[in-house]
Design a protein around this ligand. Structure first.
Ligand SMILES: [Zn+2]
Ligand SMILES: [Zn+2]
Length: 121
């Protein structure tokens, strides 16, 4: 009778190992799928955030919206060349004001709302 038990135990352990192996693989696959899903959702969220983010309010004169007054004139201090060499390269600079007459960059949302309110008042 002993050989039957030996066969049974061999079958059980072998079969158990096979089942355990399959379970392990299935779990790993599921884990990988979940990680992939998380990566995809994160990617999606990042692109949505990028689409909703307002662009930097920087004017065509390269100065920030904050440097412009209500009339749109830029008040940023700039270096104005006052002397040039024969190759038209500026030699000396003088402190001056940016020549920008109107802010042309993107308007941040808060600014748009604020202007609406002041118009009505
Ligand atoms: Zn400017
Ligand atoms: Zn400007």
């Amino acid at each position: 009778m002993n050989w039957v038990w030996v066969l049974l135990i061999l079958f059980w352990t072998g079969g158990f190992a096979w089942v355990a192996d399959n379970v392990r693989t299935a779990l790993r696959n599921r884990h990988e799928r979940r990680m992939e899903l998380m990566r995809e959702t994160k990617q999606e969220r990042l692109s949505v955030e990028a689409a909703h983010r307002t662009p930097e309010p920087v004017c065509g004169c390269t100065h920030h919206l904050a440097k412009h007054d209500k009339a749109g004139r830029c008040h940023e201090r700039v270096e104005v060349p006052t002397a040039w060499d024969e190759e038209k390269k500026p030699l000396r600079y003088e402190a001056g004001q940016c020549n920008c007459q109107q802010y042309v960059g993107p308007q941040p949302l808060s600014q748009v709302f604020a202007e609406d309110l002041t118009d009505r008042a």
